[in-house]
Every structure is written in C-alpha cells, then in structure tokens.
Design a protein around this ligand. Structure first.
Ligand code: 3HC
Length: 702
C-alpha cells in the first residue's frame, strides 16, 4: 500500500470521515500522521463538512506509534497531528473500536469528542516498552480524568475497558449499535454546531482539584519502588503527570518531550522493545503454511491429578475450557480434586477470585476414572509420575481410545518425547507440553517437538497454550528441552561458586539487584531442594564425568529440603517465609571445601552475575547449534516467562549482547582454562564472536 493510501477521507452526510487503514493494527507508521493532517485540512476547507470523524479500518482504532521506528532517526514533523486536531475549528470525533493505545489514544485525546464501542479498550502502555506517552498523553489525560487516575493508568500501562473509560470520563459515550461509522456520523452531526469546542488542553478543573493532594506523586514513587527498581520510565511517567499539575500546558508538553527523548534509546527501552517483538516472533513456526490456523480446543483431558495435573486442569478451567481429570485410583482422584478446590479457595480468601467464579471454574473440571471417558477430547495432556514405564503405558492406552486427530501431549520435563510417541501408531500427533510450576500461574508453555511430530501438531499445541493464556515456545526433544537445559548450567555454577567461597545470600543479592524478583537460592528453597536431587543422582549414575554438587546433596541428606522443612539454603521461622542466612549452611560449605581442597576466595558481584549467565549463554548456543530451539529470541522469551528474568534486560541472549560477543567468548575461554570441560565454548559462540555478530539474532542451524 502506498503512503497516500494509509489514510482515507470521505464526506458522508456533511461529515468528513477520516479512516486510518494501516494493517494489522493501524500503527502510526510512515504516512499515517501526514495523512491525518491532510484529511483534517480537507475537512476544514470543505464548506460541505460541518464535523469530522477519526476512525480505524480493520480490527482496531490506532494501536499507537509504530514501535519499529523507535530508535531510528526521524525527521521532526513540520506540524503535529495533535495540534492540527486540537486547533480544528470544526469538531473532530474519535470513534474507537478494538484498541486505542499510546499514540492512538493520544490522537483521540486531541480530538474534541470520543465515543467507543463496548468491546473497545484504551490505554497508554508506553511504559511497558520503556518510554512514556510522548504525544501529549501525560498532559491531556490528567486534565481529562484527574492526575491520580491518569497516573495510575500511565504508570501501569494497563488496557482500560470501554465501560471503565466512560466512567473515568475518557470517552463521552458508548455506542450501542453495530455500525460504528453510522453512529459516529450521527454523533458528529449532533455536536457539529456546538461551540466552544471542548479541548482537553483547556480543561483546568481536575488539575486544580489535584493541588489539594500534593503528596500523591511521592506516594506513587514509593509504591512502585520495588517493582520499578533499575528502571527510569515509570518515574519519568510520574514526573510528566506532576508537570501537568505544576506547569502550564505548553511547558508540560516540553517536559514530556524532553523526558521521552531521554528514554527512547535507553537500555531499558531497547530491551523492552526487543521483548515485545520476541514475544510475537516466538509464535511463528518456520516453514509452516500460511493458512495453518488450528481451531480453539473445545474439550481437554489431563491424565494425573497430582500437583501438576491439577494445576494444568485449573489452567483450562480458568479460560472457560471444560476439562476432564483422569486418575484410575479413586483415592488419588479425590485427593487431587480437593487440592484444586483448596487452591481456588486460597484465591477467594485473598480476594483475587469471586466465590461464584470459583464454582463456575470447578464445574468445568470433571473427575473421571476410565480412559473411555476422555476419548472424545480434542487434547489430552499426560501429567503422571516421571517414570518412563508409567508414561509408556499411558500413551499405549491413549493411542487405543483417543479419537483420530486428538493432540496427545506429555508434560514430562525430562523424558524424551519420542519414547512416548513411539509406543503409539500416531507419533505425528504426539508432542511435549511442558508446563512450569505452578502450572496455573507460570506463563511459559514449552511445546516439545519430537522427531516425528507433525507441523500441524506443533501449531495445535501452541494454540492450546495461547488459549489458556500462556506464551508458547517450541523446543526440540533433548535432556531438559530448551528452557531448563539452558538454565541448568546457571544452577550448577551457583552451587559450585559456594564451594569456592561465595554464600547463598551474596548470590541472591546480586541476582535481585540485577532485577530478579527472588534470588535463585530463595527460589530453590521455595520449590524444594529435593526436586533436583533425584535428577542429579540419575545423571551421576549415567555419566562418570558428571560434576557432583556436594553442598545441595548434603543439605538434602540432612533433611534440609527448603521452606517446607523449615530449612534449606536458609533457615525459616515457623509461619514466616523470610529467609535467614544460616551458620549450618556455612559449615557444610566449609566442610565440602576442606574435603576437596578447594581454595576459598571472595567474589565480586560482577563475577557472580557473569558466571551464572555466561554458563547459560554457552549452553543456549549449543541448543541452537543442535536445532533444539528455533531462535535465540525464543530462549529469551523462555527466560522472561519461565524463570523471572527481568524483562527490562531483554532476556539471556539480549543481555549477552550488552556485554558483547567477543568479551563473552574471552570470559568463557578463561573459565574453560580454569574449570575444564564444562566451560568449553560452543562452536556457535565462537562463530558469533569471530564475525562480531549478535547473540539475539542467532537462529537454529539448518
Ligand atoms: N508498532 C509496530 N507494530 C505493531 C504495533 C506497534 N505499535 N502493535 C502491534 N504491532 C504488530 C505486531 O508486532 C504484530 O506483527 P506481526 O504480525 O508481524 O508479528 C502485529 O502488529 C499484530 O500484533 P499482535 O500479534 O500483538 O496482535 P494482538 O491482536 O494480539 O494485539 C495489540 C494487538 C494489543 C494492539 C498489541 O499488538 C499491542 O499491545 N501493541 C502495542 C501497543 C503499544 O504499545 N502502543 C504504544 C506504542 S508507543 C507510542 O504510541 C508512543 C507515543 O506515545 C508517542
């Protein structure tokens, strides 16, 4: 489409209709702003036009500035659309459907009236990509709805549904009819003669009212301090809203522009933009036909009512999908269902779930004890005990009963998907569906591609994940798949650093300061030290070169399994989750170091961070080399949604690029010399460093 065509202008019934038509979401890409200005000029000049409507074609109003243009040099426009809309002597009505976000909502705020269909959503989500509303949003929204509500919207970046937008005063009316264009023209005609034109920039009442509460900005800063640590954008958003209260409109705009410019190329904005696009890229399956669009599953089944099975069943029920939970033992089934009820009851008690909603969700979960009862389900997820023989038996039964075309998925976290696929006569329909605990909370959904899994099954499994609110990412089958495998060396190094003199509390502090919500040792105490104990024993038995992790093994053998036993890496007071550093752990570490003659030394924070992340970067390169993940950015998405990696740092591979590929190689070579084989640099790592390339753009070999 040529630039001239991204905005249309038509006159209908005395109203000039300006339609932005820039698929898929009408972002303000090249030509759109210019097109809107030209259309308003035409409407103003045309004596047959008494009012104008600004709307979007397709599925949305305007989803905001074109994020792809950020960070690139842009010529300063001769005229700003906001000024042109604002100054139009004829009323402009923004007619909103789909999304009016960021620059999209700012265009609506510069219009004189705003109407919306009931399903529309509006918001200023710029903070989520590390910037702030830079088209007057921080100055107009506080004038329209008051600084407090505006600040909450701008700092959270949340999408506000139309009904709430009406209650807040963002939109003037909700359109009842089906035909937005017709309703918008009708509305425009009804206000065509009204003067003066209501301009948001001139509204003063809500600002005056805010002066009575000068402490609100400081209070907001305090309330976000923990979550927004290391970030600038949320604080700049607050500063802009404060400027709306303390400065005249045009001065406030200058403040907004200055602070926007400070953020646009910040490391945090670059990382968050990258994360936005990586999350969209991860949904794409290389080589898949364009028309491959699996339908939403209507019914699901879960085999196993353990903690994982129950959590998976809740994930379906939470998104309105009926799900059957199968356990052949009645006792296990009852126990599992009780656990699900208890989990929901905790949410009701906390106030995050209504009792009626809990009942509705529970009604969607049907306990069954025979395989025949699930035969008709569109998808089945096996979540039984992690033992090959048990899993093989389940898949043989599924093969016998499930309807043709059903997706047969396994939640195994370590067992090769091919083993299960090969006991069926339909290995093409079998894939892994790796949930992360707790399954109903964690967003990552790793789809594991077996050797014979068809592209339709991969697409279908990914869609299942999206339908239950997850981020689906594809991995190849191998030990640990892509997510856990890429994280395993991080875990190994954090344990081994202890033997050399680091302490759990020091490592945790470094990682929390980096941006993780919790340190890795505190996380290990939460999930239980015993979980990885068995895996370690299995690996040690299978591999004579396996480097044993003596410290955690000894802690588990002492009965220190984490929070559930009142002690693990830390000690806990009864009924309190605060971790307290523990002398016992120190003495176990000292004992191991003595026994193996490991010299003690001090670690800098930077060394700790690098040691953990570099180990994983190297492994991620091997994963890509072996074709076990499609893209480096997919691994980043896994780290963001599976392991709490701070989003404003982009992800593991994005972080590696901030250090630089040559420096990462130099560091890994140094540790290869010092620590031996486990630090051998991956071939792909060497290639990237030699070409001066970037990690984040690396793709699977082949
Ligand atoms: N710029 C460029 N591309 C965009 C875009 C934007 N603002 N918003 C969406 N896209 C692209 C996506 O990358 C995707 O491309 P792809 O098909 O090639 O992968 C395509 O549009 C469809 O997007 P989604 O898959 O996300 O579609 P959904 O229907 O799931 O979601 C949405 C729609 C809620 C609008 C979501 O895309 C979104 O949140 N977009 C970003 C909105 C935003 O952040 N706006 C503010 C921008 S900054 C700004 O306006 C600054 C101003 O104040 C000066």
């Amino acid at each position: 489409m040529s630039e001239a065509e991204v905005v249309r202008f038509e006159v209908e019934d005395g109203v000039g209709v300006i339609t932005v038509d820039n698929p898929p979401v009408n972002a303000l890409g090249p030509g759109v702003r210019e097109g809107i200005i030209a259309a308003v000029d035409r409407g103003v000049a045309d004596p047959n036009v008494s009012a104008m409507v600004l709307m979007g074609a397709g599925r949305s109003f305007i989803a905001g500035a074109d994020i792809r243009q950020f960070g690139k040099p842009r010529p300063a426009p001769a005229r700003l659309t906001h000024d042109v809309l604002d100054a139009s002597p004829k009323p402009v009505v923004a007619a909103i459907h789909g999304y009016a976000l960021g620059g999209g909502l700012e265009h609506a705020l510069s219009s004189h009236y705003r109407i919306a269909v009931a399903s529309a959503r509006v918001g200023l989500p710029e903070v989520l990509i590390g910037v702030l509303p830079g088209g007057g949003g921080t100055q107009r929204l506080p004038r329209l709805i008051g600084p407090k509500a505006a600040m909450e919207m701008i700092v959270s970046g949340r999408h506000v549904p139309a009904a709430e937008a009406k209650a807040l005063g963002i939109v003037d009316a909700i359109v009842e009819g089906q035909d937005l264009r017709k309703e918008a023209i009708r509305f425009a005609k009804s206000v065509a003669a009204k003067r003066p034109l209501p301009r948001v920039r001139d509204k003063a009442d809500r600002i005056a009212e805010a002066k009575a509460d000068p402490g609100m900005f400081e209070a907001m800063r305090k309330s976000i301090a923990r979550k927004a640590r290391n970030q600038k954008a949320p604080y700049h958003c607050i500063a802009c809203v404060e400027a709306a209260v303390t400065q005249p409109f045009d001065e406030g705009l200058k403040t907004e522009r200055r602070l926007f410019a400070e953020l646009e190329n910040s490391e945090e904005a670059k990382a968050l933009r990258y994360a936005f696009f990586a999350e969209r890229e991860v949904a794409k399956i290389p080589g898949a036909p364009k028309d491959l669009k699996p339908p939403r599953v209507k019914t699901a089944a879960v085999i196993g009512a353990g903690t994982m099975g129950g959590g998976i069943a809740m994930s379906f029920a939470d998104f309105g999908i009926p799900v059957k939970v199968l356990e052949v033992s009645r006792e296990a089934l009852d126990k599992g269902m009780q656990r699900v009820r208890d989990n929901y009851a905790v949410s009701v008690k906390r106030g995050s779930l209504a009792q009626a909603e809990m009942e509705r969700r529970l009604a969607l979960i049907e306990p069954v004890d025979r395989y025949e009862a699930i035969a008709d389900c569109d998808v089945v997820i096996e979540a039984v005990f992690e033992r090959v023989d048990v899993k093989k038996e389940v898949f043989a039964k599924l093969d016998a009963v499930m309807k043709p075309g059903a997706l047969l998925l396994t939640n195994s976290s370590a067992i090769d998907t091919d083993i299960m696929a090969n006991v069926t006569k339909r290995p093409q329909d079998v894939a892994g569906a790796h949930f992360f605990a707790p399954a109903n909370v964690m967003k990552l959904f790793e789809v594991v591609k077996g050797t014979k899994t068809s592209i339709e099954t991969i697409a279908g499994a990914m869609k299942v994940g999206r339908d239950i609110g997850k981020i689906s990412a594809v991995a190849g089958t191998c030990d640990g798949f892509a997510a856990n495998r890429s994280r395993a060396p991080f875990i190994t190094e954090m344990m081994l650093m202890l033997e050399e003199g680091a302490l759990p509390e020091q490592v945790d502090k470094v990682m929390v300061d980096f941006g993780y919500p919790m340190g890795p040792f505190a996380v290990s105490d939460l999930s239980g030290l015993d979980i990885s104990y068995d895996t370690r024993k299995r690996r040690a038995a299978a591999d004579p070169n396996y480097r044993k992790l003596h410290v955690p093994d000894r802690l588990v053998e002492m009965g220190r399994k984490g929070q559930k036993t009142g002690a693990g890496w830390y000690r806990y007071e009864k009924g309190d989750r605060t971790p307290h550093p523990d002398e016992v752990v120190k003495s176990v570490i000292a004992e191991v170091a003595r026994e193996f003659g490991i010299e003690q030394r001090t670690f800098t924070d930077d060394e700790i961070l690098r040691r953990l992340l570099c180990a994983s970067v190297n492994e991620a390169c091997k994963i890509l080399e072996e074709g076990k993940a499609y893209r480096a950015s997919d691994i980043d998405v896994m780290w963001l949604h599976g392991f709490g990696f701070p989003r404003y740092r982009g992800g593991l591979m994005f972080w590696a690029d901030t250090v630089g590929s040559r420096e990462i190689l130099r560091q890994i070579e140094e540790w290869h010399q010092r620590y031996g084989a486990r630090w051998k640099p991956a071939n792909l790592l060497r290639e990237i460093a030699a070409s001066g390339g970037s990690f984040r753009e690396a793709k699977a070999a082949g």
